[in-house]
Design a binder for this molecule. Sequence first.
Ligand code: DI6
Ligand code: FE
Length: 428
Amino acid sequence: MAAGVQGIAPALTGASADGVWHRCHLLPDGDPQTPIRDGALVVLDGSIAWVGPQAALPRQYAELARHDGHGCWVTPGLIDCHTHLVYGGQRADEFAMRLAGASYEQIARAGGGIVSTVRATRAADEATLLQQASSRLVPLLAEGVTAIEIKSGYGLDLASERKQLRVARRLGQIHGIAIHTTFLGAHALPPEYAGRPDQYIDLVCDTMLPALADEGLVDAVDAFCEGIGFTPAQTERVFDAAIRLGLPVKLHAEQLSNLGGAALAARHRALSADHLEHLDEAGVRAMAEAGTVAVLLPGAYYFLRDTHLPPIALLRQYGVPIAIATDHNPGTSPATSLLLMLNMACTLFRMTVSEVLAGVTVNAARALGAQHRHGRIAEGRVADFALWQVESPAELAYWVGRNPLAAAVRQGRVHATPGFVMSGEGRQ
Ligand code: DI6
Ligand code: FE
């Protein structure tokens, strides 16, 4: 037969996952500390109907179609809960400038940085943006990502922000993946508003956000609260506008400096505060009290050669849920591998394997406000899961540049890894 896990052959790509998945080991909560060895799960109409030990499979499911898991470990589908995946062009030359000594902030202040991507995004049509974003999404899907957040913020005018968000929605339809859109109009000051940031925030709050929300293009609202972005007062205006429309908020906070953004976000019951390298204890406490998820982004930390670690010990101490994401963007994290982010979160941030796996499953779902649909293999959840040909789940954070995905099930459809060769007849 063609290459591929037997029974999960490429010919089955896109086929229904309904039936009983057996001969596999399960991490229903993404946590290696609570495995189900020799497990089974039942998919009905694209949702999880049952999960447990194979020996306990209820009789009512015995006659359903069988899918052989070949001894793979099965985790919830991975969730990349912070990306800027839709934009025009790339910024490799700016990377070279930074290597030659220029700082990210210097490049931004000199009209490069985010604003150069704004120019490229405004100039690109939807078909071009779709093609470029698809080429970045495909490697994520190939690693078992089944849900992804995509921010706008490289258009910075109504038509261009709409274009980005429409492309994000379209990616979901084309690739059969759950997309959560976030309006990040307050990402940078567009050149036509130079020196008039408050007027730009008026446009964001009074025109762009209401129109895009009305078109069903906005699932959440974000801002870049930073010295090179927007002030806490401007951020708060954006939050108030979001809340008036019934939309949840999140925030780029404390990445390059401590402006108290995380505490501000927590006061607005934010789903998440993201980056957080400069977060202090008061901010951690506020996040814990509000249930705001800390989204850590090791790709940006690495790519900017940052040395200021986020306060992991404090986040643990206060029980703040931690998520991990790629922050895929052309300036500070051109990463298209969530598995590499797991490895970096372990090596750079000294997180544990259990923590990082929770960070791309249960906690990532929570950072999107989607914990009732995604992030767990549990009855009633969407059938989003990933089969890995690994001996130990720790391998998901261990390999650097090796992808052990055998197949992913997204929204109840099977997507086998092309060319994946199963050694022997499986492990059981
Ligand atoms: N924080 C980041 O790391 C990115 N945006 C943000 O708010 C950087 C975006 C870019 O440089 O294009
Ligand atoms: Fe970001």
